[in-house]
Design a protein around this ligand. Structure first.
Ligand code: ADP
Ligand code: ADP
Length: 225
């Protein structure tokens, strides 16, 4: 589903990724953990096409998307839930969700996808007409994930979905991610919440200073000395 080889990225003269290789197989849930500043967000943004790679190759579902302009990237089956949610807080929940459905196609298909999102997050149904900014943090994260799902991605990129959420809400969030993955969507999850991410993911990568320093089966990585 995702195969990236030796990807390098920088901000001006400052390197942020030194040559990262990683893969997510179809249907897999993979997590990336590591300290602040390790390059996790940069990696997610490069895969999403929001930040250009300086070198390396990014394949999504068998297609080389490395040099694809961001506007061409839409509709290739990748959706991002950015760190901090980035909702349009003055727009309604429904408007925020519909922003995610940039796919061409009949209105009925989009309505069906909206129903799927509401089935996953039933609490949003009665909030559809409210400004997104009036919702709790957990509900706003549901909107951010729902918005990404509206494009029916094959690969979902999640950047710190549990950030700033109450512990009880975090459990719900991880359960929702598990169920999205069980529905067949491949997931690449960046998390500070290492224990929970490692429990959710089958495979994991550990990043430090712009490099992958460990990879393997999540449960085995957790018990390595
Ligand atoms: P993270 O939790 O992923 O480390 P940060 O809080 O470091 O995120 O970054 C938040 C925002 O600030 C992001 O949009 C990131 O791109 C930007 N940012 C981070 N570090 C710098 C920097 N040194 N200079 C400019 N912008 C930065
Ligand atoms: P993480 O997500 O693991 O916290 P980031 O990808 O946010 O790491 O950051 C990797 C490195 O790139 C850090 O040194 C950070 O300060 C830097 N960085 C991130 N965003 C920017 C930005 N917009 N401008 C300049 N430097 C940035």
């Amino acid at each position: 589903m995702l195969d990236i080889q030796d990807v390098q990225a920088a901000y001006g003269a400052a390197p942020a990724l030194w040559g990262v290789s990683l893969r997510v197989d179809a249907g897999e849930l993979v997590c990336v953990v590591g300290p602040n500043g390790a390059g996790k967000s940069t990696l997610i943004n490069v895969i999403a096409g929001l930040h250009r790679a300086r070198a390396g190759r990014i394949m999504v579902d068998g297609q080389d998307v490395t040099q694809l302009a961001p506007h061409r990237f839409c509709g290739r089956g990748v959706a991002i839930v950015p760190e901090g949610r980035r909702l349009f807080t003055g727009m309604t929940v429904q408007e925020n969700l519909e922003l995610g459905s940039f796919l061409p196609g009949p209105k009925a298909a989009r309505a069906r996808t909206l129903e799927q999102v509401l089935a996953l997050f039933p609490a949003l149904r009665q909030k559809l007409g409210q400004p997104a900014g009036s919702l709790s943090g957990g509900q706003q994260q549901m909107v951010a994930i729902g918005r990404a799902l509206m494009s029916q991605p094959k690969l979902l990129l999640l950047d710190e979905p549990s950030l700033g959420l109450a512990p009880a809400v975090v459990l719900d969030m991880f359960e929702a991610i598990r169920s999205i993955n069980a529905g067949g969507t491949s997931v690449l999850l960046v998390e500070q919440n290492v224990a929970m991410a490692m429990e959710l993911a089958r495979r994991a990568y550990v990043m430090e200073e712009g490099r992958i320093v460990a990879e393997g089966i999540a449960s085995e990585l957790m018990h390595r000395p």
